[in-house]
Design a protein. Structure first.
Length: 703
């Protein structure tokens, strides 16, 4: 008949779980009159059990995990050392590096064999739910969480208990032991039980004198002071387990496996079952969502209070686990990883941005595109990929959109079925919903980088050369009016952020945007953002209005996030009337197209200006155009740095200063080419030199 494993873990360090584990092994050996086994799985406190027991095993746990032979009563003696109190012991390596390299799968195989050798195995599982501790619990009959009359320890114990329930460990399998219990203490076993939500199984009285004396002699308490309060408390705990036949009752409970075990155990064609399991998964999530909404008011969260958010998430998690406990999830959630994943997905959709949470946390993903609930695409390293995860239904996508737009005072409904917004980290969001979006709600998120990219980053990424960056710095410092041109996702905002970093710190910068994305390092920056109309249809503030306001705010530089309408006329007039050094972006494919685009946008203002007057205004207001492009391989490069030389007749003259010459593609599909200086020296360079500004002419020589 197979033996039983008892794993003992601490809610936090210092609660005495290692001493309890060692003495529990001795108490069991004494009560059942058979040899027990003590295993040290505590990777953080390497060697503590050696001190408690006064033993050092012949070979350690890592060597056991790497053992390839059959484990039987004879071979196990190569690893164990016996104690006169009737138990055998295998310890943890003393070196933390070796402890961290223990093979969990090898330990699993060993435990499977060891229960056929020893009637009771006691494992000191540490104070964390590490992969090694969880492996022990998979093979355990009983888990003891040790708490003490300390509110912090009780809180950590509560968290650990909740996590184990979430991982599908049966509630009856997890029991609470209170160590260092004191009669009359306000944090009594009853109070601890109510806090954790689980009745305390046993309380061991506080006995510092016996425990400290035992440690100093490297002798377990039950060997040196069996009749002490601590020794009697541990013995009573074992007798209670035996008298109530606890281990035999718990043997019948189904314990969770890990994914690897489940996959190896599963039979049949996984591909054939995948679609059915996906549908069951989605249906289960829908049912839990519906029940969750009925049980809790999830809209009562304060987005500005981090503590309130944590508390709400913990309460919601507890409710989700309870609701899942009422469902028949054996086939849908066969492993603890599945349980963890569905709980996280439900919490993310109920309180966060659903399946987008992990993508937003992934630094390598630059853009996220949602097309209805079942299709989520993302851009990673310049390539667009389809995500495995999906939303539960269209209502969940709508909930996420509302969660994004509400904190910044935006709205989206059938009357106005689209919105521009931003996340708390500055990432740009565009959403559009039915009836305009035929296949369901659509979200596009342009992620905001954690740190502001500098010219060094762009040079490192191959977007430009050092010489080009040096020239752009000179241009910004010389108060050149710059238009950054490019297509969607070409890197215009990134480039204008970099250019903004070149502006002198003593200048007053005013930015105007639809949704705030610009992030300049200077202190004196005024950020303005448009506002959509109210429900009554009034109160709208557009970019054109903001640009006009900036002229009354004593700006040194005006930066407009993007010119896409009549504000282009106001921007050009500002550039022409003493606000040199201003910047903006436009959507176009070449510097020549950018001129045509500016002409068209000026006409949106409805001023009725003749074509030639518009061209003359552009030629005198804009000094430079920088063409930014996203190439076929996903890379973003600065293809042209072009100076506007004036106007000849009806044509605005352009002169390229730097260009990127594409030469082909390599075997990996990456574009091969080089940046070249055309040799042309811009007109303003001579003006700068006359003012005493030293400009290295080597910048304009092709190397």
């Amino acid at each position: 008949m197979a033996g039983n494993i008892i794993t003992i873990i601490g809610g936090k360090g210092g609660v005495g779980k290692s001493q309890i584990a060692a003495n529990l092994a001795i108490a069991y050996a004494s009560e059942i009159r058979a040899k027990t086994l003590l295993l040290d799985f505590d990777q953080k406190s390497c060697g503590d059990q050696n001190i408690i027991t006064g033993l050092k095993s012949k070979k350690n746990l890592k060597e056991l995990s790497d053992f390839n032979g059959a484990i039987d009563p004879r071979s196990i003696q190569l690893f164990t050392i016996d104690h006169k109190a009737g138990f055998s012991y295998i310890g943890m390596p003393n070196e933390p590096i070796a402890a961290s390299q223990i093979n969990e799968e090898g330990i699993g195989k060993a435990l499977k064999a060891l229960v056929n050798i020893y009637p009771v195995i006691v494992i000191d599982g540490g104070s964390e739910l590490s992969p090694l501790a969880l492996k022990a619990m998979e093979f355990s009959t009983l888990i003891f969480i040790v708490a003490s009359p300390d509110l912090l320890a009780v809180n950590q114990c509560k968290r650990m208990h909740s996590d184990l329930i979430t991982m599908l460990f049966p509630k009856d399998m997890i029991q609470i032991i209170v160590n260092q219990a004191v009669n009359g203490h306000p944090v009594s076993p009853d109070v601890i039980g109510k806090q954790i939500g689980k009745t305390v199984f046993h309380a061991i009285p506080r006995d510092d004198a016996s425990c400290i004396a035992a440690l100093s002699r490297s002798t377990p308490v039950l060997v040196g002071a069996k009749g002490s309060p601590f020794g009697a408390g541990v013995t009573d705990c074992v007798r209670k387990l035996i008298q109530k036949n606890v281990l035999k009752t718990l043997e019948k409970l189904t314990k969770p496996q890990d994914s690897a075990n489940q996959q190896s155990a599963s039979k049949g064609d996984p591909a054939a079952d995948e679609s059915r399991k996906k549908d069951q998964w989605t249906e289960l999530k829908s049912r839990i969502h519906k029940a969750l909404v009925e049980e809790m008011d999830l809209k009562k969260q304060d987005d500005n209070d981090p503590k309130a958010k944590i508390i709400l998430r913990e309460q919601t998690k507890k409710m989700v686990v309870e609701l899942l406990g009422k469902e028949d999830t054996k086939n849908i959630l066969p492993t603890r990883d599945d349980m963890n994943r569905i709980v996280k997905e439900i919490l993310d959709e109920a309180l966060g941005l659903g399946p987008l949470e992990d993508m937003l946390a992934d630094k390598s993903i630059s853009e996220i595109m949602v097309v209805g609930p079942k299709k989520i695409y993302y851009e990673q390293s310049g390539k667009v990929k389809k995500s495995e995860v999906t939303f539960t239904n269209d209502r969940q996508v709508m909930n996420v959109i509302e969660r994004i737009v509400a904190p910044i005072g935006r709205r989206i409904d059938e009357k106005t079925p689209y919105v521009d917004a931003r996340l708390a980290d500055g990432s740009r969001v565009h959403a559009i919903i039915p009836p305009c979006a035929i296949d369901g709600c659509c979200i596009t998120i342009r992620k905001f980088p954690d740190k502001r990219l500098t010219y060094k980053d762009l040079v490192k990424f191959g977007a430009m050369t050092e010489e080009m960056a040096d020239f752009l710095r000179i241009s910004v410092e010389a108060h050149r009016n710059i238009v950054v041109s490019g297509g969607t996702g070409s890197g215009k905002t990134t480039l204008i952020n970099m250019l903004g970093g070149f502006i002198q710190s003593n200048e007053r910068i005013i930015t105007c945007e639809d949704s705030a994305e610009l992030n300049f390092p200077q202190d004196h920056v005024v950020r303005l953002e448009t506002r959509p109309p109210s429900l009554e249809g009034d109160g709208e503030i557009d970019i054109r209005c903001l640009v006009k306001q900036t002229l009354r705010m004593r700006p040194d530089r005006i930066v407009v996030g993007e010119c896409r309408g009549g504000e282009t006329l106001d921007m050009l007039q500002a550039m022409n009337t003493g606000h040199d050094g201003s910047m903006t972006t436009v959507h176009s494919n070449t510097p020549r197209d950018a001129i045509s685009r500016l002409e068209t946008l000026v006409q949106y203002a409805g001023a009725g200006l003749p074509q030639k007057a518009i061209k003359e205004m552009i030629a005198s207001a804009v000094h430079m155009i920088i063409q930014q492009s996203r190439l076929d391989d996903g890379s973003r490069k600065c293809l042209y740095v072009t100076e506007i030389g004036g106007i000849q007749g009806e044509v605005v003259t352009l002169q390229d200063i730097f260009i990127f010459k594409q030469e082909g593609m390599n075997k990996e599909g990456k574009i091969v080419g080089k940046f070249m200086a055309t040799g042309f020296i811009p007109k303003f360079i001579e003006t700068l030199e006359k003012k005493g500004y030293k400009v290295p002419r080597g910048l304009f020589i092709n190397k």
